[in-house]
Design a protein around this ligand. Structure first.
Ligand SMILES: C[S@@+](CC[C@H](N)C(=O)[O-])C[C@H]1O[C@@H](n2cnc3c(N)ncnc32)[C@H](O)[C@@H]1O
Length: 639
């Protein structure tokens, strides 16, 4: 890239930073409420400027109100050691290695691998032990040896390519308890200031003094302790996995923060690196903490209020990753990090929307079922009564017994027995296993009244909504927004369709009896629909004058109008009161306009609540919060 281009790029970035700085200093961060004992109370976090420029960013390691523990199914992880308020600093981590790419293009894993090799001689003893520990973690918790896995998903992951090498390379037999002890020892030493800088002046050989890495903890970094001409050599086979698993990169550091911190411009250029303490944070698709890189240091803050003992989680998915459905999120995480996510949101969606399961899992389940069937049929000689037919689970390998068990547990145990009774009544096909969903329908509505082919329509809702959004609506929105003729009509039509899709999602949630938080997470999975609806409603509200009664009525009569009634938004909350006030102010008494405005505010509120539930601390979250705040709405955290 030419110097001139680079300079132009930088000045554009700088301008953006300045704009954002202005933006930042004017705006409140997030006005949030906690719901202690069910009573919402509003607690302002402060403004963004003070958060970003806070004294806390002094580029020193720090461990806040969190402690490292074993998290079942995930290895190590951080938990809150006391109740934590939104915005509190949880971790400040300095990198073992950090490097910068060009804007939007962080260095690759290979680049990082090279950087680790090159900078190893300059690491302190403590830093080398961290590296050794992370290697041991890789070897110990590589999928093939992963222990304590509560989530079926994690166990089903085939090992990433590097893992095989990793497990053979790890001669040290570590347990998760052992790793925890090592990590805690390292943290304690850091805190006690034991870690004085010990830059090895000469290269590798100097540290062959085996004890160097083992002084205070004989178990720590076993591989690093091995006498070797190059202390790194024993770790080498594990490094690719280590990088895949523990490195963090960003398309670019926040230029506004860099500016505020008076950092050199490179500080805002797509960093990638290894931050040891933060590397032990686990992922969630509804994270509760957010990561901020400032001048190479990583700061982790609580994105919402945390309860003591709650696991601190961040999102490994960049950009809009959190606003995709479970299949897509899992596919991405599997590709980038080699694991199948088993966070509460994935489990919830996995349970309730079986078509969105990770395809490999479906395949596995299918095989298991197949085996089970073969076993059954060979043991109960020829009682099957004829192959397949319309029995529940023949479609696309969907295991609807999982769905059924969810439904059964939700609809009460009684259903089970009624269903069993109903199963016999449908006409003489023998003891053919009826799809459990069919059994539920029979039990609820009477035998044979409604037939399923084993696939509930709600299974399809997320998939359809996202597919249609991607394929048609984005384009339709573009054309509606740029149309030379009758743009309003096109917009209104599109809005109708979007409302219909949101209505379908909402009824699927109602059908599945999802609790409010579950609903918000499902809406997050079709956030594109929510956002587009919101934008269009907003646009229509802006362009709607006194004559828009018809549009207002359409909007009002459709879809999800009435989220409050369904429990998504607390009708008694400050938000509802503020919404009413804002509606009165904006609507100006004109029925149509007021309806559109009301709808627009409802949608805004929904968008904010959705981002609140899955992405606190993200850009989307701040934007939604700011918009909602602009409309004098205070949105509340759900319990
Ligand atoms: C950056 S490490 C986090 C620390 C890790 N728990 C450890 O003990 O080393 C990422 C690894 O943690 C596990 N992990 C993190 N989040 C997870 C999640 N939501 N579901 C399943 N496994 C997860 C996976 O094994 C993943 O490769």
């Amino acid at each position: 890239m030419s110097t001139q281009m680079a300079r132009r790029q930088f000045s554009a970035q700088r301008q953006q930073a300045l704009n954002r700085q202005q933006f930042i200093s004017r705006r409140p961060l997030i006005t949030c409420s906690t719901s202690a004992a069910g009573t919402p109370s509003t607690a302002s976090v402060g403004d963004i400027t003070s958060v970003y420029t806070s004294q806390a960013y002094s580029h020193k390691r720090a461990v806040g109100p969190v402690q490292l523990e074993i998290v079942p199914g995930k290895g190590l992880g951080w938990r809150a050691s006391r109740d934590v308020a939104t915005g509190e600093l949880l971790l400040a981590s300095l990198p073992l290695v950090v490097m910068y790419g060009s804007p939007g293009e962080p260095p690759s894993n290979d680049d990082l691998l090279m950087a680790v090799r090159q900078s190893y001689p300059r690491l302190t003893k403590l830093e080398r032990r961290w590296l050794g520990l992370l290697c041991d973690c890789c070897a110990t918790t590589a999928p093939s040896t992963q222990h304590g896995t509560t989530a079926p998903a994690a166990a089903a992951v085939p090992p990433p390519a590097a893992a095989a090498a990793a497990s053979t390379a790890a001669s040290a037999v570590c347990t998760t308890e052992g790793l925890l002890a090592q990590a805690r020892a390292l943290l304690a030493e850091t805190a006690a200031g034991v870690a004085e800088r010990d830059v090895t002046s000469s290269s590798a050989g100097a540290e062959a003094s085996g004890g160097s890495n083992a002084d205070s903890n004989p178990a720590a970094g076993a591989a690093v302790d091995a006498p070797s001409a190059d202390g790194l050599a024993p770790l080498t086979p594990l490094l690719p996995l280590l990088i895949q698993r523990y490195s963090y990169c960003e398309p670019r550091e926040d230029p506004a923060v860099a500016e505020l911190q008076q950092l050199p411009p490179e500080a805002a250029m797509s960093p990638a690196g290894l931050w040891p303490e933060a590397a032990l944070l686990n992922h969630s698709c509804c994270p509760n903490a957010s990561v901020l890189l400032v001048g190479g240091a990583m700061y982790v803050r609580a994105g919402r209020a945390l309860l003591q003992g709650e696991e601190v989680t961040v999102s490994y998915l960049g950009g809009k990753g959190l606003f995709q459905d479970v299949a897509e999120r899992r596919r991405q995480l599997r590709g980038s990090h080699g694991f199948i996510c088993c966070c509460p949101r994935c489990i919830m969606e996995h349970e309730h929307f079986p078509t969105r399961r990770y395809p490999e899992l479906l395949e596995q389940q299918k095989q298991q079922q197949q085996k089970q069937r073969t076993r059954n049929s060979s043991s109960s000689n020829s009682s099957s009564g004829g192959g397949g037919g319309d029995g529940g689970d023949s479609n696309q390998g969907i295991d609807d017994s999982l769905l059924a068990s969810a439904l059964m547990s939700r609809r009460g145990a009684g259903v089970n027995s009624t269903a069993a009774a109903a199963a016999g009544g449908g006409g003489g096909g023998g003891a053919r296993a009826k799809g459990p969903l069919q059994a539920v329908l029979d039990a609820v509505f009477g035998p044979g009244r409604f037939r399923t082919t084993g696939l509930a329509p709600d299974h399809r809702v997320l998939a359809t909504a996202n597919a249609v959004l991607a394929a048609e609506w984005e384009a339709a929105a573009h054309s509606a927004l740029t149309a030379a003729t009758a743009p309003r009509r096109q917009q209104a039509e599109l809005l109708d369709k979007l409302e219909g899709a949101l209505g379908a999602v909402e009824s699927a949630c109602s059908y599945l009896d999802l609790p409010p938080k579950g609903r918000l997470m499902v809406f997050a999975s079709v956030y594109g629909v929510v956002r587009l609806t919101c934008d269009l409603a907003e646009l229509l509200a802006m362009t709607t004058s006194t004559t828009s009664t018809a549009t207002g009525a359409t909007v009002r009569g459709n879809g999800i109008n009435g989220f409050e009634a369904r429990g998504l938004v607390d009708p008694k909350s400050d938000a509802a009161a503020a919404a009413a006030a804002a509606v009165a102010a904006i609507g100006g008494g004109k029925v149509g306009a007021s309806m559109v405005s009301e709808r627009r505010l409802q949608l805004l509120q929904l968008a904010a609540a959705v981002t609140e539930s899955v992405a606190p601390g993200s850009d989307a979250h701040v934007t939604a919060a700011v918009k909602v705040n602009d409309n004098k709405l205070v949105f509340t955290f759900l319990p």
